[in-house]
Ligand binder design. Structure first.
Ligand code: THU
Length: 157
């Protein structure tokens, strides 16, 4: 038996102003997207923004439904809209922000497992790293590629 380790490096910023201009723009779009949330059950409003290889940014927000599994997270809303609109373009990055009743939490909102798997597939489709930015009131986390938030990605079929 051998013990193995997985190392993950990510970047923490004190505010969106510290991000590079492209990431700052993407973060601002994710924050704006929060207003599109429809969350009558959780009251947790999440916004997401995807940067495409043609420079376009596509926004999404979480949508809930009385039949709970029929709802969808902000990240998948944004990615599916982006893929439907620009099927031949690559997703270079995604940013997300969330908080109760639209008030940013103090710890960055982190994507659920299902959204990470969807990110992984679009990253694999493009063959380029897709960065993931998570925003809170106090700090920003940036991961350079989906692998860093989904070690041992399922990509076997
Ligand atoms: N949600 C997202 O939209 N993205 C996440 O990363 C985590 C959770 C949504 C799903 C649901 O509408 C609400 O937040 C509470 O879980």
């Amino acid at each position: 038996m051998t013990d193995k380790e997985i190392h993950i490096t990510y970047h923490e910023y004190g505010s969106v102003e510290e991000l590079n201009p492209e990431d700052r723009e993407l973060a601002a779009e994710a924050l704006k997207a929060m207003s599109g949330a429809y969350a009558p059950y959780s009251h947790f409003h999440v916004g997401a923004a995807v940067r495409m290889s043609n420079g376009q940014i596509v926004r999404g927000a979480n949508q809930e439904n009385a039949a709970f599994p029929s709802g969808l997270c902000a990240e998948r809303t944004a990615m599916f809209a982006a893929s439907a609109r620009y099927p031949d373009k690559d997703m270079l990055g995604i940013a997300l922000a969330g908080g109760v009743m639209g008030r940013l939490s103090s710890r960055p909102a982190t994507p659920c497992g299902a959204c990470r798997q969807v990110m992984a597939q679009y990253q694999a489709k493009s063959g380029k790293p897709m960065s993931v930015i998570m925003i809170s009131a106090d700090k920003i986390w940036k991961f350079d590629k989906v692998d860093d938030i989904l070690p041992l990605i399922f990509d076997s079929i």
